[in-house]
Design a protein around this ligand. Structure first.
Ligand code: ADP
Ligand code: MG
Length: 374
């Protein structure tokens, strides 16, 4: 059984502080584009991933390997999910957004704006028998509550499951985007609404003081491509879901107190739930226990389709190469290694939505009118 999950590791360059503190000592050395050696005081071990991106890697390389196949599938009606995992300061948000979502330097643009560009590019070159509509939703999971980043009044979105066992975000805002520029502006507005805090950690001090806002939430971007056949009016959808997870550092190490401690515990709990789901899934569909604990956290519940086999999934394990972060880097590598062994079921066939009514009416049925299907 082939795995539907692609797992990559990405090592960012040493930060100025790491360079100073650890005198350029790094805990990994490259073997090739799929393997590296990890070394700490105790051990030395070789790890292999589907792809390893080293510090000199370009944002475009990461996009092409990890996200482009998912983008190409989405415009055919197949769902895909891209998840970034790693400690605070490891490069998750840099990989997803770039230095900023409105980054002008084309080389530095992150996965998200590239996915948007890619989707519009693909539909431009598609044949004329299909009419495409692209929609955007953005939510974050903060303190186990799902908040709508495009409408902050919706601060406790419920996760539901429909008869076809698809996961729904009840009442979430969905905006139709007509081109990359409009999409970027909406994304930028939503990103401003993210819950951010400053983790007081020496070891994850970011590169520049400009980016001290380490995320305290999991952020989920959902781009839905609706395909309507111009001949028989059939409608189907393909989604690209991008997940920028909150930092995976252990709560004991953060020295956090009060609200920050509570946030860290909630983050650790949901990431543990993600780890438990991955562990339960690594047995493969034939031998796996029938209970996969998707319901243990909002994160795993929302990612149920992605991890359970209804989606093509890519995991980017973001790491610092610094010896001073070796234990967190090892923990991220191990998480990725476990995920690599998920034996997902083959992709389910695309969800063929109901026949659109005459005159191209594709209005959802009443039950679904305000639910986003993940
Ligand atoms: P995270 O989201 O994992 O907490 P960030 O993406 O915010 O971490 O990265 C922390 C800092 O490191 C930021 O200042 C970011 O610009 C920088 N950085 C991360 N990855 C890279 C990279 N591949 N190349 C250059 N700078 C990077
Ligand atoms: Mg971040």
């Amino acid at each position: 059984m082939m795995s539907n999950i692609t797992v990559c590791a990405r090592f960012r360059p040493l930060s100025a502080k790491e360079r100073k503190d650890s005198c350029d000592s790094i805990c990994i050395s490259s073997i090739d584009s799929e393997s590296f050696i990890f070394k700490d005081e105790k051990d030395e071990c070789t790890y292999s991933f589907d792809k390893v991106f080293y510090e000199e890697s370009m944002q475009a390389d990461v996009f092409e390997f990890l996200a482009l196949p998912i983008v190409k599938d989405a415009v055919k009606g197949v769902n895909g999910t891209i998840i970034t995992y790693g400690q605070t300061g490891a490069g998750k948000t840099y990989s997803v957004e770039g230095p900023s979502i409105l980054e002008c330097d084309v080389q530095k643009k992150g996965l998200l704006p590239r996915v948007v560009d890619g989707l519009f590019e693909c539909i431009k070159s598609a044949d004329e028998s299909t009419k495409y509509t692209i929609k955007l939703s953005m939510v974050e999971i903060y303190m186990e509550k799902v908040r709508d980043l495009l409408d902050l009044t919706k601060d406790n979105i419920q996760i539901k499951e429909n008869k076809e066992q698809e996961i729904l975000l009840s009442g979430v805002t969905e905006i139709t985007i007509s081109g990359p520029e409009g999409a970027l502006q909406s994304l930028s507005d939503g990103i401003v609404n993210r819950a951010v805090g400053e983790t007081q950690l020496d070891y994850c001090t970011p590169f520049t003081e400009m980016n001290v806002g380490s995320s305290r939430s999991h952020c989920i971007y959902i781009l839905t491509v609706q395909l309507e056949s111009t001949t028989d009016k059939r409608v189907k959808t393909g989604k690209v879901i991008l997940v920028d997870l909150a930092g995976s550092e252990k709560v004991e190490k953060t020295g956090a107190e009060g609200k920050v401690l509570e946030e860290s515990k909630t983050i650790n709990k949901s990431l543990s739930a993600l780890g438990n789901v991955i562990n339960a899934l690594t047995c493969g569909p034939s031998t796996r226990s029938s209970h996969i604990p998707f319901r243990d956290s909002k994160l795993t519940r929302i990612l149920q389709d992605a991890l359970g086999g209804n989606s093509r999934t890519a995991l980017l394990c973001c790491c610092s190469p610094s010896a001073s972060n070796a234990s967190e880097t090892l923990s991220t590598i191990r998480f990725g290694m476990r995920a690599k062994h998920i034996k997902a079921s083959p992709l389910v066939s695309r969800r063929e939505e109901k026949h659109a009514k005459k005159h191209g009416d594709i209005t959802p049925t009443k039950d679904e009118s305000c639910d986003r299907i993940l």
